[in-house]
Design a protein around this ligand. Structure first.
Ligand code: PMV
Length: 347
């Protein structure tokens, strides 16, 4: 006798924050202490791909990441599965056939085509993709960014394309801590992103543990969340809406620098950037000094890899500088080119 299996495969993009999220006010619901904003990258070079399958023949929920079976005991994954099933149940009440499927177990198979947990937003792409695939499997409509947020905070921003804000929200239940698109992927077509892979090794302090220590020990983080970020978010949204690259670049670099200052202000301190990262910072400022204005912006997440935002016209020249200062090694692809993209797509 054959048993029916229903499956969906989707891909999900990486997002790179220009105003960083760092610190939670609620660990379980993943509610941030400040708003954040990012660009969603296209899926040519960096993407997660997830297949989710449901069947009455499966005996338990299971998951594989890059070919290795992972435990689904993780409370965040459990919350995601629970919430998807709850919404599907709510939508389908009264429809007997579909309700049956909600009791089926799921198998999840996910892979990234880039280094996992190396500060390249792999969890954001992976969790956004997982939630999107599950929503397609169980026919859940509407905004799913709050579900993605419960899987991995910054994943909520990968649910939309272009420039995306994650609103901090005020409600205790997290209902208003959602992502919203600030500008679509078509708004600023000249925008490009170059990623300089300094190291593909796993980060030495994970973002969850790092944020917890920062919230407990860094006075700078408190000041940043209360005073700096609210003003910076407004200025950043305005820069994006006006396509004012200089302001966009200055805000992006200052925010990256402040995030890494918070890491150093954490006790014991956390340092994600390496000597090579600092050399990239110096190179970017030298290029901007040459142009007498900011034509290039760096930003670093919880790792040493640099993400450079720039406009298409400057790509050849900047690649020339990069090749000069960091000679290209063909055996170890050093940079990845990307554009702003659409949100994830079902295959
Ligand atoms: O969502 P998490 O737990 O991977 O945290 C991401 C934190 C940063 O990448 C450093 C900043 C951000 O806003 O993406």
């Amino acid at each position: 006798m054959s048993v029916k299996i229903i499956s969906k495969t989707c891909t999900g993009p990486v997002n790179i924050a220009v105003i960083k999220y760092w610190g939670k006010r609620d660990e379980k619901l993943i509610l941030p202490i400040n708003a954040s904003l990012s660009g969603t990258l296209d899926q040519q070079q960096l993407r997660a791909k997830t297949t989710v399958a449901a069947s009455a023949g499966f005996t338990k929920d299971r998951m594989w990441l890059n070919g290795q079976e992972q435990s689904l005991d993780n409370p965040r994954l459990q919350n995601v599965l629970k919430e998807i099933r709850r919404r599907a149940r709510k939508r389908k009440s009264g429809c007997e056939d579909d309700l049956d499927m909600l009791t089926w177990r799921v198998h999840i198979c996910s892979e990234n085509n880039f280094p996992t947990a190396a500060g390249l937003a792999s969890s954001a792409a992976g969790l956004a993709c997982l939630v999107f695939s599950l929503s397609k499997l169980f026919n859940v409509d509407g905004d799913i960014s709050d579900i993605a947020r419960q899987g991995s905070g910054s994943a909520c921003r990968s649910v939309y394309g272009g420039f995306v804000e994650w609103e901090m929200g005020k409600e205790k239940d997290g209902s208003d801590s959602v992502a919203r698109q600030v500008a679509s992927e078509n708004h600023w077509p000249e925008m490009r992103v170059l990623i300089l892979v300094v190291s593909a090794d796993k980060k030495h302090v994970g973002s969850t543990a790092g944020m917890q220590t920062s919230v407990k020990t860094s006075p700078l983080l408190k000041h940043r969340a209360e005073k700096i970020v609210p003003e910076r978010m407004q200025a950043m949204i305005e820069a994006i809406q006006k396509k004012d690259f200089e302001s966009f670049a200055d805000l992006t670099m200052k925010d990256s620098n402040q995030f890494h200052s918070v890491c150093l202000d954490t006790y014991p301190p956390i340092s994600y950037m390496t000597d090579i990262s600092h050399k990239i910072v110096r190179m970017v400022h030298a290029i901007n000094a040459h142009f007498k204005k900011s034509v290039l912006a760096y930003t670093f997440d919880a790792g040493p890899n640099a993400c450079l935002y720039l406009l298409e016209d400057h790509v050849p020249l900047v690649l020339g500088f990069i090749n000069h200062f960091f000679p290209y090694d063909v055996n170890n692809e050093q940079y990845i080119r990307g554009l702003l993209s659409e949100p994830q797509k079902p295959e």
